[in-house]
Design a protein around this ligand. Structure first.
Ligand code: IVH
Length: 686
């Protein structure tokens, strides 16, 4: 869906996605999308909200910073709020920001240009010169207490090296993992058979968020300080510029990055950014951009803040880096849906901090459009800094008479013909029994995002299917110790562990199960919506496509795909196997109330007598409805209690949305029938 189709729906969808990815990033340290992909979602939402300010909700992610603090660590209230930064993704955006600064400020503007360290933002608190607390950013006002973890970082002073330390000093900076430490850590993880960290940022975050600080101590973290928070007490110094505060931090014993420069023109700022874009890999730590800050503190005061970020600073984000290498060959892999994806086999090359040997080429048309040929020198980059992709050939380096590559006509695994339907860009192996597909489905089912069967990775899935032990995901639950005995690498303990992990997966949520079944077009969000609405796999099985479309957020493509999937005989056999094994089919949020408000949107304003506004909104949601904070064309009814919001009532009247009193609302909750009332709340006499 694009913003033009239905901005309100798209904004809602984006908010859901952003919240989900925020939680994965901040609370689980397991991001699923790249920073760039995440930023693109936020930018799209912000764009919609700019065009349609009426769609802004107070809890929109554009109105707050980062994720909520997790329950694992004690909450800490920051003395001064920890703000985030606005981003510039091109020099044009950066220069536009700079020009705005210079127009707003009377007189010259100097800029402090700093490397944007790719780590974890931390706030340190010193009282009377002694380290007393450290906290993560959290939602900007409340973070997580990581005092013992941060205390293990050598470069962070326990006592300030100042004669007269201030009563209170809050210091902001980035905890990061230097590249050599990151490489060492991943070597140790690999040797211990543990999961590798994707990048130094994730490993720094993971290392900090350890209940046992001795684990943090073994991780060789480091720190750069870059900003002053609260500063209080009679001996607190005063400063004129940010540069002076950095000198003070250095004097107090904090590491301050040596590459920081104070520059007096936007041209110099631009040159600084360009320089570091080219030299980012000369550093022993990762940076993902440059932070440009107005240096003069009085000017900063004049500029102030938006609700989320200071106006006086901006983060210039580097574009993805491109590297040259040799394309050895183009091969085709068969996914779990049978999709045939061409990919490049490359001479190993380091791109954005890790070695790349394989890169996707997406589909037949992309290979043709890029015209890359085995033997070419190609440019490789990481899309959104994570997924390697071939940008195109370096034609000046193409050997003469290099033949074009042609897409294979048969499946490289089962050798059945590959087919490509008219008007679609993907090619498929349509043999559902193709070992590549069967294995792909099993790998996906057992993976962390789905049924999370520990120890059931790619290798074992290949092993079991090739031995004829598994033909579909249902067979996983009939694996026995006898089946595994005698397979190389399976001793008594590993057999026990695997069978225990399979047993444990039976109680995963219905959402995980739906995700695991890999229904075409049904992703995590759709699975969650269906699980919530129907509350049981059997209800989903019985539901018609029409009933699914009635669920807010489920479109016709998903609905018809899910309905067709669950009518398929093969699927039903798999479902029977899962049921017989005792796999959980029940949704955790199975609705207890009749879903009489499904598809409706009810806005509550003012104080009600018999229930609080929150309880009223919950009551709407519990019955399958939505209860947003603002009135729009899509609002089914507005409920007005004592002292309702005048703007909401006016809008309801303008849009012809019925306004209900408390009694009418209670009737609506019970029956799902919208009383016939005029927008001003009076019955029209019937
Ligand atoms: S200043 C109010 N300076 O980037 C200003 N942030 O995208 C607060 N970061 O949350 C931040 N290097 O985690 C600042 N030299 C630097 C930075 C930096 C990295 C991080 C920090 C911040 C994020 C914003």
């Amino acid at each position: 869906m694009t913003c033009a189709d239905n901005p309100a729906e798209r904004a809602d969808e984006l908010r859901g996605l952003i919240e989900y990815h925020n939680a994965r990033y901040f609370e689980l340290d397991e991001p699923e999308v790249t920073d760039a992909e995440f930023d693109a979602l936020v930018r799209e939402l912000r764009h919609i909200e700019e065009l349609h300010p009426e769609l802004i909700t107070p809890d929109s992610p554009t109105q707050k910073v980062g994720g909520a603090p997790s329950a694992l660590f004690a909450p800490v209230q920051h003395r001064a709020a920890m703000m985030s930064l606005d981003n510039a993704f091109s020099f044009d955006e950066l220069l536009a920001w700079g020009r705005r600064m210079e127009k707003f400020i009377d007189g010259e503007v100097d800029y402090a240009c700093e490397l944007k360290i790719d780590g974890v933002a931390i706030s340190l608190l010193y009282e009377d010169g002694r380290y007393t607390r450290a906290a993560t950013r959290g939602d900007g006002s409340t973070g997580e207490d990581v005092t013992p973890n941060i205390a293990t970082i050598d470069v962070i002073p326990t006592t300030l090296t100042l004669d007269k330390p201030p009563a209170v000093l809050e210091v902001r900076g980035e905890v990061y993992m230097p590249l050599p430490a990151f490489e060492e850590l991943n070597k140790r993880q690999a040797a211990a058979g543990l999961r590798l960290f994707a990048n130094p940022r994730n490993s720094a975050a993971g290392s900090l968020r350890q209940k046992d600080a001795s684990i943090t101590a073994g991780r060789e973290l480091a720190f750069w300080s870059y900003q002053l928070g609260a500063l209080e007490g009679p001996t607190a110094p005063t400063f004129r510029t940010h540069s002076e505060t950095l000198d003070f931090l250095r004097e107090a014993g904090f590491p301050v990055n040596p590459e920081i420069k104070r520059l007096d023109t936007l041209q110099h700022v631009h040159d600084f950014c360009r320089h570091w874009e080219d030299h980012r890999h000369d550093l022993a730590y990762e940076i993902d951009g440059v932070v440009v800050k107005v240096d003069d503190l009085a000017q900063r005061q004049e500029l102030g803040f938006t609700s989320k970020a200071p106006r006086w600073a901006i983060a210039y984000k580097f574009p993805p880096e491109e590297r040259e290498t040799k394309l050895q060959d183009i091969m085709v892999s068969i996914g779990r849906s049978g999709k045939a994806t061409p990919f490049a086999k490359l001479d190993p090359v380091v791109v954005s901090g890790s070695t790349v040997q394989l890169a996707t080429l997406h589909n037949q048309d992309q290979v043709k459009a890029k015209d890359v040929r085995p033997g070419d020198t190609v440019l490789v980059r990481k899309a959104g800094d994570v997924i390697p992709e071939v940008v195109g050939p370096v034609l000046s380096k193409r050997p003469p008479n290099l033949p074009e590559w042609t897409f294979p006509t048969e499946c490289p695994v089962c050798h059945e013909p590959l087919t490509r339907a008219e008007g679609v860009s993907d090619t498929f192996c349509t043999n559902a029994e193709c070992p590549a597909q069967v294995t792909g489905r099993i790998i996906h089912f057992a993976s962390r995002g789905a049924m999370d069967i520990e120890g059931f990775g790619e290798q074992r899935a290949y092993l079991f299917t090739s031995k004829g032990l598994l033909h579909d995901v249902g067979d996983i639950y009939s694996l026995t110790a006898e089946d595994l005995q005698g397979i190389e690498g399976f001793g008594e303990i590993s057999i026990r562990n695997l069978l225990d992990a399979i047993e444990a997966s039976k109680s995963r949520s219905l959402v995980n199960l739906l995700v695991g079944l890999a229904v075409p077009h049904l992703g995590w969000t759709g699975s969650q919506l269906l699980a919530r609405h129907f509350g049981h796999l059997d209800r989903i099985l019985e539901a018609t496509a029409e009933e699914m479309v009635a669920v807010e957020g489920i479109g016709p493509t998903i609905a018809s795909s899910v309905s067709a999937y669950f009518q398929n005989e093969h699927t039903l056999k798999v479902v029977d196997k899962l049921r017989a094994a005792g796999v959980n089919f029940k949704g955790p949020d199975a609705p207890t109330e009749p879903q009489v408000l499904a598809g409706m949107s009810v806005v509550v304003t003012g104080t009600l007598e018999s229930l609080s506004r929150e309880a009223a909104e919950e009551a709407v949601k519990a019955r399958g409805g939505k209860s947003p904070g603002s009135v729009s064309k899509k609002t089914t009814a507005v409920v007005a209690g004592e002292a309702p919001g005048a703007a909401k009532l006016t809008k309801a009247r303008d849009l012809g949305v019925p306004v209900l009193n408390e009694e009418q609302f209670l009737h609506l909750l019970e029956t799902g029938e919208v009383p016939d009332v005029r927008p001003d709340g009076e019955s029209d006499g019937q």
